[in-house]
Design a binder for this molecule. Structure first.
Ligand SMILES: Cc1cc2nc3c(=O)[nH]c(=O)nc-3n(C[C@H](O)[C@H](O)[C@H](O)COP(=O)(O)OP(=O)(O)OC[C@H]3O[C@@H](n4cnc5c(N)ncnc54)[C@H](O)[C@@H]3O)c2cc1C
Length: 464
């Protein structure tokens, strides 16, 4: 099933991009810009990966809540190139915290100064810390420290226990004490960078939903002469002389000049198990992932004015309540109010395997403790989405676990979200990473000297 060669690209090198999330689509688009034929192979029946969407009576919703920070320049640049800059809505967003049965606004520095659960000197110390953290440059030193230790030292035990311990424990469970300080520092920096001079946060969203953006990128890829295939799970690779020659699917084989692999590392490791050095494949498997389940509610009422509510209450089984329609107005969703309840967990967690109806009922029973006036009648529809590889866990020293883009197979490049560090996964970085890998592969395919310079140089701990 070779791709139908299109006009001027008929004789151009052909690259298979495994995965039709933001990274894979951006990679294919960049390849097309450079005169390389790209075929995106997506296992799922729709595009978008973790930023994928589904249809409801309220319109298309993301399976997992999504927004952009104002500093997300790579995805904004892509939107701009597609001529869609007018679709990006930048809006003030309210952040809050649920702690000890109360709601606290934490949208501005003044809100922090008013945060009663902590003594005033502790609030001041937190504010100073947030400002200082934005100036840190040498993140490598932080990477060898645990976030929990670093934060206790920087803001004191009490502030850490109230502000961050519940979030780290809620998200990472047993791994909470092992999370890298560099990863946490970057989170603080990112959120700080999305604040205006007044200190209020602004976030961005793509009007009409992220699915419209992935559709637009896919359309651009096709217009360049590329292909985008759904329900096309890659099951293996055929290799000759250290290069991938064919990409295998259950019902087809695709001859290729190069490959960009964007799925989670354990999936890539499975694909490479029979064709790459065992040590390399083993090293790919060192990164641990958390799964995520999001309960998505369509309500006939708003819960609060807060967009992003951190739940600092260990008895509540979700780490965040995100009222999407406090960022993107409910008028765009047939007047329905869209709320996400997010839970990270190991794949073995009972909630991950819970039957959909039971999981939604469980979520609602807890949400009612928080919002006692919420009734069943307010719930117009409820959905649940799960992702096995939702969050790579950046443990202490994570930079040493991050595989390079080059791989032992000279024409296969790796662009997986676990390689983003100290930044956390996000569509912005996925676009940056996909385009970067595409530039490198295009250079390799069109300029042999560049290929030699960009060759595989090994990776610590992965030999043999
Ligand atoms: C709960 C949650 C909230 C998030 N919130 C935000 C947010 O607010 N803002 C933001 O920017 N980002 C957010 N993200 C992160 C963002 O969704 C991801 O970083 C981004 O979508 C990653 O894109 P990707 O293309 O690298 O990977 P993925 O989206 O994982 O794409 C990989 C693709 O590969 C496909 N695939 C896997 N195996 C195969 C195979 N064998 N053959 C073919 N295809 C295969 C998968 O189906 C998938 O579509 C969030 C993620 C989660 C889980």
């Amino acid at each position: 099933m070779p791709p139908a060669a299109s006009n001027s690209l008929a004789a151009a090198p052909h690259v298979a991009v495994i995965g039709g999330g933001f990274c894979g689509l951006a990679a294919a688009y960049e390849l097309g810009r450079r005169g390389i034929r790209a075929t995106v192979l997506e296992a799922d029946g729709s595009l978008g990966g973790l930023a994928g969407s589904f249809d409801t009576e309220a319109g298309r919703l993301e399976k997992f809540y999504h927004h952009w920070f104002v500093s997300d320049v790579h995805v904004m640049a892509l939107v701009d190139e597609l001529g869609h800059a007018g679709r990006v809505a930048l809006r003030p967003s309210r952040t809050g915290m649920y702690y000890a049965g109360n709601f606290f606004n934490l949208s501005t520095p003044v809100d922090l100064l008013r945060f009663a659960p902590l003594p005033i000197w502790s609030r001041l110390r937190l504010g100073m810390f947030a400002l200082w953290a934005r100036r840190v440059r040498n993140w490598q030193r932080l990477d060898d420290r645990a976030a929990a230790d670093w934060l206790r030292q920087m803001v004191g035990h009490r502030a850490y226990e109230v502000m961050w311990a519940p979030l780290l424990q809620g998200k990472f469970g047993d791994l909470a004490e092992a999370v890298s300080a560099a990863w946490f520092w970057n989170k603080i920096k990112l959120r700080g960078g999305s604040r205006q001079r007044s200190g209020a946060e602004q976030l961005a969203y793509y009007r009409g939903g992220f699915a419209e953006l992935t559709d637009a990128v896919a359309a651009a890829v096709r217009a360049q002469g590329g292909h985008v295939r759904l329900n096309a799970e890659v099951t293996g690779l055929r290799v000759g002389e250290g290069r991938v020659t064919e990409v295998l699917m259950d019902d087809a084989t695709l001859p290729v000049d190069g490959v960009i692999a964007t799925p989670a590392l354990p999936i890539v490791a499975d694909l490479l198990a029979a064709v790459a050095p065992a040590g390399y494949v083993r090293a790919l498997r060192r990164v641990r992932y958390l799964a995520n389940a999001c309960v998505v509610l369509e309500l006939d009422r708003s819960l609060s004015e807060i967009y992003w509510l951190n739940v600092n209450d260990p008895a509540f089984p979700f780490v965040g309540v995100v009222e999407h329609t406090n960022l993107e107005p409910a008028s765009g969703y047939a007047g329905r109010h869209i709320v996400y309840l997010s839970r990270y967990m190991p794949e073995s967690d009972a909630f991950y395997a819970m039957e959909d109806g039971a999981a939604v009922a469980y979520a609602l029973s807890h949400l009612r403790r928080m919002f006692p006036t919420l009734t069943d009648d307010n719930v117009l529809a409820a959905h649940i989405w799960r992702a096995r590889y939702a969050q790579p866990v950046a443990v202490k020293g994570y930079r040493r676990l991050v595989p390079p883009t080059a791989t032992p197979l000279s024409n296969l490049l790796l662009a997986s979200m676990a390689q983003i560090h100290p930044g956390d996964r996000g569509t912005n970085y996925a676009v940056e990473q996909g385009r970067d890998a595409a530039r490198r592969l295009a250079k390799q395919l069109t300029c042999p000297d560049a290929a030699r310079m960009d060759a595989w140089r090994g990776w610590p701990d992965s030999a043999g």
